[in-house]
Design a protein around this ligand. Structure first.
Ligand SMILES: C[S@@+](CC[C@H](N)C(=O)[O-])C[C@H]1O[C@@H](n2cnc3c(N)ncnc32)[C@H](O)[C@@H]1O
Length: 202
């Protein structure tokens, strides 16, 4: 871990503990385990919610096709500034914004629906309406063949995923501070009306 990552993570956590969730960046073991099942050859648009200090972001770039795009969305200004300063990869777009506006951000950048959405958002401490809105927008933002990959300290996310995805695989990673539940969900359940144009965040 770069020394600067520690200070950026700690100061953003102290500023907003409920939204950041943990002061510690993800371990290499958790990053590798979470990313291993993803089919990198078929991913042309990857969206990451809450990249934080970029542990998953740079590992994903290492695995991504050279013509793919990674849209990383974070509400934390300190995280965004630090990621932008370290980014020299034209495939990475870093946005200061809210995950619930994912469909607008994809459209703003002329991108198709995502092949994969990776999230470390602390769903259990987000306001429930916001957590629901983010998961609904996520199902809309994915291709029908797309996948959601989520790591979480708690299991509160599972019923939320079940409402919007037809299939879920689950695992657990002990070697992280704190240990985390890992989820991979696919077959997003169709939304009759796209909510992407609506202001859904609270
Ligand atoms: C647990 S941290 C992610 C840790 C990071 N992936 C790592 O291991 O280095 C959660 C991140 O989600 C961001 N976040 C929280 N709510 C958000 C939202 N609604 N939209 C986008 N980012 C959000 C926080 O600023 C924080 O960077």
């Amino acid at each position: 871990m770069q020394r600067n990552d520690f200070w950026v993570g700690a100061s953003e956590f102290l500023r907003n503990p409920a939204m950041v969730g943990s002061a510690f960046p993800a371990s290499t073991m958790m990053v590798d385990r979470m990313l291993a099942p993803l089919d990198w050859s078929s991913i042309s648009v990857l969206v990451e919610y809450g990249p934080g200090t970029g542990r998953f972001t740079f590992a994903a770039l290492d695995r991504m096709r050279c013509d793919a795009t990674l849209l990383a969305i974070d509400t934390g200004a300190g995280f965004v500034e630090s990621l932008r300063a370290r980014n020299d990869d034209p495939r990475l777009i870093v946005i200061e914004g809210n995950a619930c506006d994912v469909n607008r951000h994809l459209a703003d950048h002329g991108l198709e629906n995502a092949d994969c959405i990776l999230t470390g958002l602390p769903f259990s401490t987000l306001p429930p309406e916001q957590a629901e809105a983010i998961m609904r927008e996520t199902a809309i933002a994915l291709q029908p063949s797309g996948m959601l990959a989520a790591y979480q300290m708690r299991t509160a996310i599972r019923p939320l995923i079940e409402r919007h995805f037809a299939r879920i695989d689950q695992d657990y990673e002990w070697l992280n501070i704190p240990p985390c539940h890992l989820y991979w969900a696919d077959r997003p359940i169709d939304q009759p009306i796209s909510a992407s144009g609506l202001k859904v965040c609270v």
